[in-house]
Write a protein that binds this ligand. Sequence first.
Ligand SMILES: O=C(O)c1ccccc1NCC(=O)[C@H](O)[C@H](O)COP(=O)(O)O
Length: 267
Amino acid sequence: MNILDKIVAHKRIEVAEAKSKVSIADLEKAPLFGRKTLSLKQALTAEGASGVISEFKRKSPSKGIINDAVLPEIVTKGYVEAGACGLSVLTDTEFFGGTFDDFAKARAANPSTPMLRKDFMIDEYQLWEAKAIGADVILLIAACLTPAEVRQLGRKAQELGLEVLLEVHDRDELEQSVCEYVDMVGVNNRNLKTFVTSIETSLELAQLIPNNFVKISESGLKNAETILQLREVGYQGFLIGESFMVTQNPGLALKELIGRFQLTSNQ
Ligand SMILES: O=C(O)c1ccccc1NCC(=O)[C@H](O)[C@H](O)COP(=O)(O)O
């Protein structure tokens, strides 16, 4: 059983429990459920956009505790002030230490920034949860869904006004799962069996992603040269968590990174 199998097995239990406690009708009554969602796709493709989607990530299966002395509202506000185009907030508790409360605090602190609910989506019920906490975007991970499930969850998410980020690790996942119910395609540079990250994954898949999807490179990104290299091959989004979160001031780390890649690209 790899880490994704373990996460998904646990998620099935969590979702069943959540369904037994809170009905869809109750989720629909949440104050944020009916709010107009924001477009991450538009934010990433706007003129002069940094392209960075900054992640609030307390811990991970690959690194253990990354930073457990930080507040989501402070960190995410720092990210937005530094130039993030979007925010990603983990809501998985068991493996990543995230909570709905983290998401709610980040949402309240950043009402005008597109926010991704970063979790392992396996059931339509979670789309209603995402709307109820004020998410704009959800993630569908091809490695833990069938192509039919990607279509079903993607279609329902879009009907609810959410944008869909499809995450792939290789050519087969891309070719089998990409569909019209997806807005953005993310290539995860982290091998979930070994946890090794390699941007070669993003570089290899770039040309295979149809151009009507915004391309996002995910995981293991830390320096300006890499961002520029990925931009060259068509990526407009860069999902970055750990390299910011390991610092005392994640917002400042983002500001410095943006400063470096803007400086380098102007030379
Ligand atoms: O980060 C992990 O260890 C991990 C393990 C198993 C499944 C998913 C995992 N990460 C999720 C992510 O997609 C990353 O949090 C995201 O791409 C940011 O990556 P990084 O900048 O390397 O924190």
